[in-house]
Ligand binder design. Sequence first.
Ligand code: SF4
Length: 285
Amino acid sequence: MTIDIIEPNSFCFGVKKAIDLVENICDEYKDKNIILFGELVHNKFVMNQLIKKGVKVVDFDKNTAECMLNSFNSNDIVIFSAHGHDKKYEEILKKNHVKFFDATCPIVNFSLKKIESSKLPIIFIGKKGHPETLASLSRNDEVYLYDIKEGIDFSKVNTKNVVVMNQTTLSIFEIEEIYKEIRKHFPNAIFTDEICNASRVRQEKVVTLEKDYDLFIIIGDKNSSNTTKLYEISKKSKFHDTLFISNISDLDGIDFKKYQKVALFSGTSCPKELIEEVKEYLKRI
Ligand code: SF4
């Protein structure tokens, strides 16, 4: 059996930048409580590594966020995740004199700024409840969510002209179908495709290599949007089987005898060592 690790893999620049920021803060503020406000990136292995460094991770939702932010004090350093956040969270911390850092990926930030400054109402295509979606909805009063699972009630979008924006980690194929549907309701809609290059290139690789392997293994966490999209695209292929795993323990009990050529893909928040571990595991069997 041959096993290839497909490029690009492991961290994208946005994830790497966010992790570097947290590590630098840990080194610089050893006497403070370092608090990640939500998961920095969607990968448990990475999060556990940061927790081992002494970082505390707090979960929140729309209803609990403000109360939690108000509970922090000047001994705390708060770090916002790579996915973006509601701007008013920063105001609460400023008011309470709590130091904070923003680990938002520059590509997400660019999209959020476009939302903030849009003069037209926006239809935002994204996953309901995802931090980037919540951040996007918070940046302008006229943002209507097109949820990638449930769609949208077009009758509630009370305007003729709209800008259509999207979460940066969606599927390049799925979004085309959604565009067609929106175009039927808003023939003059302006579409600004915000899918980031790190997600786009990996998705294209899944399609272009589909005939070259008989098994694709997608490595990353199930709550990672870009990894889930790789899996969804891959499993549509009739040329190969697809597995979606978080680590090697997910491979236990699987019979690999029928496979000759295996391709390993990873989401953008999956560390290199997890990918190498999968390769070593497969080489041993
Ligand atoms: S997947 Fe894209 S948007 Fe998300 S952190 Fe990486 S580069 Fe940024």
